[in-house]
Design a protein around this ligand. Structure first.
Ligand SMILES: [Zn+2]
Length: 180
């Protein structure tokens, strides 16, 4: 595993400084993602000749359980855990990305006659190298992108999922944990 900048980041403040929130981008048809990235680029892996790697996906029940705990503690009752899926990926070529949230677009919901669904994807090479505090902060960041109507869309970074708001909810999470 490549040495990642995040591994050497010890304080949460330093971690915040090293995180940037990219704007929304459309990655696959019907899915919009919100990535959270390290602006300090990790040492790039040199790809072997051939030039590209294929991203691998794995179920992430550990992430699901952690999200469930966060949702319960913060009373995010608008989040339907049955429709919040969790995936761990490897070999993504999104340089620096730690995690991202995907939402099923409305046209897919209509055509496939399915309800809004979200996927929290953690990118193993970076997420798993963070300490637990940084991971929780990242997971709360992703949850805050989900709007109250749980409709498949997103709350965006500028006015909603900014460092100030994530910090408020993260602090609340820590307080609730201590009350247990
Ligand atoms: Zn974000």
């Amino acid at each position: 595993m490549a040495i990642d900048a995040a591994v050497r980041i010890e304080s949460r403040a330093a971690f915040f400084d090293g995180v940037k929130c990219d704007g929304p981008e459309t990655m696959l048809i019907g899915w919009v993602i919100h990535p959270i990235s390290l602006s300090h680029k990790p040492i790039l892996k040199k790809m072997s000749s051939g030039g590209y790697t294929v991203i691998n996906y794995f179920d992430a029940p550990d992430i699901k359980e952690r999200l469930r705990d966060i949702v319960e503690l913060l009373r995010f009752h608008h989040i339907d855990m049955d429709r919040l899926l969790c995936v761990r990926s490897t070999k993504s070529q999104s340089q620096g990305t730690i995690a991202r949230i995907h939402g099923l677009g409305r046209i897919w919901q209509h055509a496939m006659k399915c309800k809004p669904t979200y996927i929290v994807e953690v990118l193993s090479e970076r997420f798993d190298e963070l300490n637990r505090e940084q991971q929780n902060w990242t997971l709360i960041h992703e949850l805050l992108h989900i709007p109250k109507n749980f409709g498949g869309g997103f709350l965006h970074h500028k006015n909603h999922v900014n460092k100030q708001n994530v910090e408020i909810w993260y602090t609340r999470y820590r307080q609730k944990l201590e009350e247990l």
